[in-house]
Ligand binder design. Structure first.
Ligand code: TYM
Length: 322
């Protein structure tokens, strides 16, 4: 049975890029794998400096997963900082990490370019992420394509550690699905909070409608033939429409008759169908934070027990267990 693990930052409203890139894969594999899902609040500290916002975001992210169908009894579901051993492992990996390897990671430069403060924590972000993955001996890590380089980094570190100190870590495989590797945002770039081009999973009513109507398309008239594969709206419809309906829509694009305004309203309906029930459940979870904390505390206990096994072995391997 495969150990599948992935994490998400609690830094803002989760969007459908997160959903298709990671959350859905995780929830789908709940029955068939040894699933590990966690909320990376230590990582989020690289960009979230308001303590209240971080604490609230963490509980919200937990409510998101539970509302979307994650069953905490069928997986290990926890908040990263509830298992501080990950910071110890990060240090033990840091001393083995060649500077060149971290310097090559493009996420640091990208984030600084977007205005995130250039801190040492932001720079060493990939080492903490490698510690997340290796601490739990994950086999497969489902992520979007934007995390591919971080996964390669974790594999390199695992290999390096194993070579120097003997077989210790499982070498993790990235789980990147071809169809959902990069979900486009309203403007056709990668959907990302920092581009302000997201469709949040849990928005509804007018704000959601406004977002959907803002999806960028070309200026072709209804009857003109259009290319579905280069159309951002079509890429988004593809995620939600049934195969039969999608084939019809494709026909409208190719042969003429596709009305963007109408198709946007159709997408809006599909979004409401898909996430309507989860919105209700999320509200229920958020209304009972004590219950959320209880669920997370139980998950943390499970995660700590697993982490303890690895950290004990690693301490012995490197010689700090004297
Ligand atoms: P984060 O919080 O930015 O995103 C969570 C997951 O959503 C995926 N994703 C997307 N997938 C497809 N299309 C998009 N437009 C899109 N936007 C986001 C991300 O690839 C990710 O899988 N560093 C990670 C969190 C992390 C982690 C880990 C992941 C920390 N430790 C250990 C796996 C294992 C991050 O910032 O993801």
């Amino acid at each position: 049975i495969m150990k599948i693990l992935s994490g998400i930052q609690p830094s803002g409203q989760l969007h459908i890029g997160n959903y298709f890139g990671m959350m859905q894969t995780m929830i789908d594999q709940m029955e068939s794998s040894d699933l590990h899902v966690f909320i990376v609040d230590y990582h989020a500290l690289t960009s979230v400096r308001d303590p209240k916002v971080l604490a609230k975001g963490t509980l919200e992210a937990a409510a998101d997963f539970l509302a979307l169908g994650l069953d905490p009894d069928k997986c290990t579901f926890w908040v990263q900082s509830d298992v501080p051993a990950v910071c110890e492992l990060m240090w033990l990996l840091s001393v083995l990490t060649p500077m060149g390897l971290v310097e090559r990671c493009h996420s640091y430069k990208d984030k600084v370019a977007k205005g995130i403060q250039a801190s040492h924590g932001l720079f060493s972000y990939p080492v903490l992420m490698a510690a997340d993955i290796l601490l739990y001996q994950a086999d497969i890590v489902p992520v979007g394509k934007d995390q591919k380089q971080h996964l390669e980094f974790a594999r390199d570190l695992a290999q390096k550690f194993n070579n120097e100190y003997g077989e210790t870590f499982t070498i993790p495989e990235p789980g990147i699905s071809k169809h959902t590797a990069t979900i486009p945002g309203l403007d056709g770039q990668k959907m990302s909070k920092s581009y302000g081009n997201t469709i949040p999973i849990f928005s509804e009513g007018k704000p959601l409608k406004k977002r959907v109507m803002a999806i960028e398309t070309d200026a072709k008239g209804i009857e003109e033939p259009k290319d579905p594969d280069s159309c951002n709206l079509y890429q988004l419809l593809k995620l939600f429409a049934t195969p039969d309906r999608l084939a019809e829509i494709r026909g409208l694009y190719v042969n003429g008759g596709a009305a963007y305004g109408y198709l946007k309203l159709e997408l809006l309906d599909l979004l409401n169908d898909k996430f309507g029930a989860a919105r209700q459940k999320k509200a229920e979870y958020l209304a009972d934070p004590a219950e959320l904390r209880r669920i997370l505390a139980k998950g943390a206990e499970k995660a700590r027990a697993k982490a303890a096994v690895t950290i004990d072995l690693v301490r012995e391997r490197v010689g700090i267990k004297y």
